[in-house]
Design a protein around this ligand. Sequence first.
Ligand code: HEC
Length: 159
Amino acid sequence: MSVMKKGVLALTVTASLIVATATVAKPASSEKHAIYATELRQSIFKLLGSNMGPLGAMAKGKIPLDAKVVEKNATRINQLSLMITDYSRTDTSKFNVKTEALAKVWQQQDHYAKDAGKLTKASAALIAAAKTNDEAAIKKAIGGVGKTCGGCHDDFKKD
Ligand code: HEC
């Protein structure tokens, strides 16, 4: 095998190892660790909820639509969506923690990451819609984000 080919092979192997470690759950090392990991995970979702609240109210016409607020909150939601898998990596399912996360979160990590990716995409579409200032398009895109929240909850969260 040529040096060039060996180099490419080494790179490919390294890249697939990185991808593999990115999706492997790690069990919490103690109850204390599990509680802290749960708090961090839930913090992401609390912030998602806090940023989504006003957007849902705007979509329903309960408060006036403000494209600047939509853009700001959608940007935060987009950033938070990128943290979901990292902050869900520690498997707390063997510990007695107060959580609504189903054990499936750690058993079907690719599916979970896919659901998080849908939120990344939908929130990016909402940022773009907010920039157009088109009320109907913005409301539709808020609905699109909400759908991805609900989609993952159906799959991975206790009701
Ligand atoms: C990739 C999956 C996924 C996506 C996407 C997702 N959630 Fe969740 N959400 C969860 C899981 C799992 C929990 C339970 C976490 C726990 O209790 O440990 C949760 C919990 C919550 C909670 C309760 C947090 C608490 O502990 O008080 C809120 C609020 C929430 N999500 C809002 C949202 C909103 C709003 C969106 C969309 C903008 C969203 N989530 C998108 C999986 C997801």
